[in-house]
Design a protein around this ligand. Structure first.
Ligand code: F6R
Length: 614
């Protein structure tokens, strides 16, 4: 939620283009408003900002009037105050001495505002961020250095923040601070950067340092200085420790660009075979996956926690842990963690799934459970993310950067990694021996090709079918694993195609939902091998006039009347492959429906990719 970037360079005349490019790569974090500020040659802060998208900002703003070698930028997902020109970041103090971009929420916003207004500050917007600029204005006057001023201001702020700050008269410095909102430093050659996320700076550098909560400091083109907040002051992090934290990341600039595709979402759907291959080859021999399985087997209670699509991937773990290892686990929506709080303790292992590793709700759940003594296994796509730092053990999907707001390749790679975990847990539980594990591994090695076939077959069909989705609502039902996949299918349709899609276990129809069915009501039935009974559910829906389409692997036999349509997905020889056969079709259906209705699938309304607020 909200993307921030800052670049300070000694090798370019002007930083504006790089910041705009970075903002385009960050737009998935919010697209309500955009803004940019630089320190110009005279040491003055020049800022431009507006409500709307980056494209409209670039069209209507005279960017040639801003020039400087040090600048910050912001793309907003509104929290305090609606998306207006005034509320867009960067925010400045009374005299434009300080410019601030911010991702997060300041909790003591009201009292701080009252205090600052009483002290004569002219607050121009409704945001919490502007208050930081005014507070810093005061602290700069009272302090002997920018670092001291920033530390004093941070001690008075409560809440979450990733901050990028310019100070007039300091033309080669960007101050930064992090508390529970993601922020990285990019170390380049003659230029350094800060950003919410790796894709924003990937064309500048692949050398990255992930900041920790409570850290702040500044960058110049040749220097990174990091400090840590202490009880009432701060201390410097020695340079050798800073250097030892720098990592070179594998992602490439191409992976963070559309590479000729009209949208990131379709590119990422098509990248799934490659992402699955990378995840599997990076995980099969990784001893940590077996270690995670061992931890799960040693626990009394297993909780699988995540939000949205990551929660849906967690459901697949629940399913296969039961099937293969006989382990009962509890899948938990992250924001509902309080439901289980008192039941979690030292006897519990929590598998936390989050592609970004920065989702606020998931991190809150993890931190709470950890305090209660639970062991945490993190599953994430982002090296160095907050989840990886909170977890006792982290498993990585290797999907590469996912820029489209809808999770696609990260979902299937999570599913694959979690299935692998369940396969190892099954062997360690004594239910089968290593030769069976090898057979399962053989099966999993077909996941990339299954997904590839599914995309190739599903793409033209989903494109045609999209035009037939004219009703505002639909059901997507299944049983067993099918019901779990249906949930992910429905989420994709809702968030990208803006159609109401409800997923529920098909057996529940007669307990209520079937009352809604009338002539032409669309019902997709996800048929997995564990549940031939869904044929009956398809028939009962059709008998009430529903337009029924059964989505199933081509080799699964179901007795269906001729007026029930069938969407055949690639054949599979194991339940483990069903997600890779079935899910791409629904991703493509959501995508083509959105495009045919004129919606932007990469930027669904009201959503941002990484939800770093409560
Ligand atoms: C849906 C989607 C979201 C995320 C959810 C969790 O397509 O992307 O539902 O899955 O916000 O995000 P992570 O996995 O980053 O914790």
């Amino acid at each position: 939620m909200c993307g921030i970037i800052g670049v300070t360079t000694s090798k370019r005349d002007n930083v504006v283009d790089v910041i705009i490019e970075g903002l385009r790569r960050l737009e998935y974090r919010g697209y309500d408003s955009v803004g940019i500020a630089v320190v110009d040659e005279q040491g003055r802060i020049v800022a431009k900002k507006a409500a709307g998208t980056i494209d409209s900002f670039v069209r209507k703003t005279d960017l040639s009037s801003i020039k400087g070698r040090t600048g910050i930028g912001h793309t907003r997902w509104a929290t305090h105050g609606p998306p207006t020109d005034y509320n867009a970041h960067p925010h400045t103090d009374c005299n434009a001495k300080v410019a601030v971009v911010h991702n997060g929420v300041i909790r003591n916003f009201s009292s701080l505002r009252q205090l600052l207004v009483a002290r004569g500050h002219r607050v121009k917007s409704e945001t919490d961020t502007e208050l930081i600029a005014h507070l810093l204005e005061e602290k700069l006057e009272e302090s002997t250095s920018g670092v001291e001023a920033l530390s004093r201001a941070l001690h008075e702020i409560q809440g979450t923040y990733a901050l990028g700050i310019l100070v007039a008269g300091e033309p080669d410095k960007i101050y930064f601070a992090r508390m529970r909102s993601p922020l990285i430093v990019g170390i380049g050659d003659g230029e350094n950067a800060i950003a919410s996320d790796i894709p924003a700076i990937i064309s500048l550098t692949r050398r990255v340092l992930v900041l920790e909560d409570g850290e702040f400091g500044y960058i110049t083109p040749h220097r990174v200085e990091i400090y840590r907040l202490t009880g009432d002051g701060y201390r410097r992090v020695p340079q050798n420790l800073v250097v030892s934290r720098i990592k070179t990341i594998e992602w490439t600039p191409e992976a963070a660009s559309k590479s000729g595709y009209p949208h990131f979402m379709i590119k990422e759907i098509f990248e799934q075979p490659e992402a699955l291959y990378a995840t599997l080859s990076g995980s099969v021999e990784d001893p940590l996956v077996r270690e995670a399985a061992r931890i799960i087997l040693g626990a009394e209670k297993v909780v699988v926690v995540g939000a949205g699509t990551s929660y849906h991937a967690g459901l697949v773990l629940e399913y296969f842990l039961a099937k293969l290892a006989g382990i009962v686990s509890y899948p938990l929506i992250a924001s509902e963690y309080k439901v289980l709080e008192e039941a979690v303790g030292e006897d519990t292992v929590v598998v936390a799934v989050s592609q970004s590793g920065e989702t606020f709700d998931t991190l809150e759940a993890v931190r709470t459970f950890k305090e209660r003594g639970a062991s945490i296994i993190g599953v994430t796509n982002v090296v160095g993310s907050a989840l990886s730092r909170e977890a006792d053990l982290t498993l990585y999907t290797r999907a590469g950067p996912e820029i489209g707001v809808a999770a696609t390749k990260t979902y299937l790679t999570q599913v694959l990694l979690l299935e692998l975990l369940a396969v190892f847990a099954g062997e360690m539980s004594g239910r089968y021996d290593s030769s069976t594990t090898r057979r399962y591994l053989d099966v999993l090695s077909k996941a990339p090709i299954t997904a590839k076939d599914s995309i190739e077959v599903g793409d033209p069909e989903a494109r045609m079918l999209a035009r037939r989705l004219v009703k505002p609502s639909m059901y997507i039902i299944g049983r067993g694993l099918g019901a779990m996949l249906a949930k992910e299918a429905a989420l994709k349709i809702k968030e990208i195609a803006y159609l109401h899609a409800e997923a529920y276990p098909a057996g529940e129809s007669k307990h209520g939902p079937i009352a809604l069915v009338e002539e032409g009501f669309p019902v997709f039935v996800v048929a997995t091998g564990d549940s031939p009974e869904v044929a009956g559910n398809a028939v009962e829906m059709r008998a009430r006039g529903a337009w029924v389409r059964v989505v199933k692997p081509a080799n699964y036999e179901l007795e269906l009347p001729s007026d029930v349509e069938v969407q055949a997905t690639p054949p599979v020889d194991s339940h483990l492959l069903e997600p890779f056969s079935i899910i791409p079709f629904f991703q493509l259906l959501a995508y083509h429906t959105a495009v045919s209705r004129g919606y932007d699938p990469d930027k669904p309304r009201n959503l941002a990719k990484t939800v770093t607020v409560e």
